[in-house]
Design a protein around this ligand. Structure first.
Ligand SMILES: C[S@@+](CC[C@H](N)C(=O)[O-])C[C@H]1O[C@@H](n2cnc3c(N)ncnc32)[C@H](O)[C@@H]1O
Length: 302
């Protein structure tokens, strides 16, 4: 018997996803795919939860509109140009799913090409059809604004007013801007220039040098959070973060790990266990809607 699985991901992450599948699910074969939508075929049921997916689940196959017999579903379309048929769009708009429920997701791939998949809704899902971002688009210094806003929303991060954040790789300042909007105090470490919208805020301090030079003496007070979005290999970033954890005691970490080479997959495989050993009770990895070849690591003490 054949079993099929689907993945929705961002086009940039497809090579990483395929590599991950070949390592973690070697029995699966790529079946039908279109950019951003991939299906895989296997011979037995699997707990299929690849990391480099906005959403994944079991795939029931391809349908024409007249063959879809559904009373409840969410509908996602692969291309902005496609028009979701009115009745289906209305059904999607009025369908609510609670965390733990099984979502029926209709994926519109062409004018009369609908694929149906199922997955269990998790609390850190965005709870939008296709798991697209629910963050409003606005004029911000960089994409990092959305990456952090999405992590904040998906994990309900307990950021608090006037908490101190050490932000590694802070330029030009999208993430800093989001943190300042949350009324937090940001110490931004980056040799590059910061956006004026960030530097003009009295709650922002720029430490204009490489993060490798940060030492205990730079801190009069501890920090509550360490956030990183440095464009260096995950091994380098993690080594420095572990070093900082010898003199800082944050209650949470939000690290964007750059995954532009498949060898980084091995690093990520062991990272959960390493942060648990460092005293973080919750350690999660999530591919966010604004991600390209990267993944977010969230570690919380509680
Ligand atoms: C993806 S960008 C960060 C985006 C930023 N978080 C934002 O919100 O706009 C990566 C940054 O890492 C910085 N970076 C690279 N190597 C670094 C190092 N050794 N120490 C500190 N920053 C570094 C770069 O200067 C660059 O600004």
């Amino acid at each position: 018997m054949a079993y099929f699985y689907f993945v929705l991901t961002n086009v940039d992450a497809e090579p990483l996803l395929k590599e991950e599948i070949s390592i973690r699910y070697p029995e699966l074969r790529l079946s039908y795919s279109r950019p951003g939508f991939l299906t895989f075929k296997g011979e037995k049921p699997l707990d299929f939860r690849p990391l480099f997916a906005r959403v994944s689940g079991e795939c029931q196959g391809k349908f024409k509109l007249n063959d879809l017999k559904l009373s409840k579903c969410w509908v996602w379309k692969r291309d902005e140009e496609l028009n979701i048929p009115t009745e289906l769009a209305q059904m999607s708009d009025k369908t609510l799913y609670k965390v733990g429920e099984t979502v029926t997701l209709v994926m519109m791939i062409g004018p009369d090409e609908f694929w149906v998949g199922n997955y269990q809704l998790k609390s850190n899902h965005f709870q939008t059809p296709g798991e697209v971002s629910s963050i409003e688009v606005k004029d911000v210094p960089s994409r990092a604004y959305y990456k952090l806003a999405e992590a904040f929303e998906a994990f309900d991060l307990p950021f608090d007013h006037q908490e101190r954040v050490l932000e590694l790789g802070s330029a030009p300042g999208g993430a800093s801007l989001f943190l300042l909007e949350q009324d937090m105090i940001v110490l931004g470490v980056d040799p590059a220039e910061m956006d004026k919208r960030v530097t003009s805020n009295i709650n922002f301090k720029h430490i204009r040098r490489p993060f490798e030079t940060i030492i205990e003496n730079n801190f009069k007070e501890d920090v509550d959070w360490i956030i990183s979005d440095i464009n260096l290999p995950p091994t380098v970033v993690l080594k420095e973060v572990y070093r900082m954890l010898t003199f800082l005691n944050p209650r949470g970490l939000v690290l964007t790990l750059k995954m532009n080479q498949s060898k980084h997959l091995e690093v990520v495989a062991s990272v959960r266990e390493q942060f648990r050993k460092q005293g973080f009770k919750t350690v999660e990895l999530k591919y966010l809607p604004s991600h390209r070849q990267e993944i977010a690591l969230i570690a919380l003490r509680s």
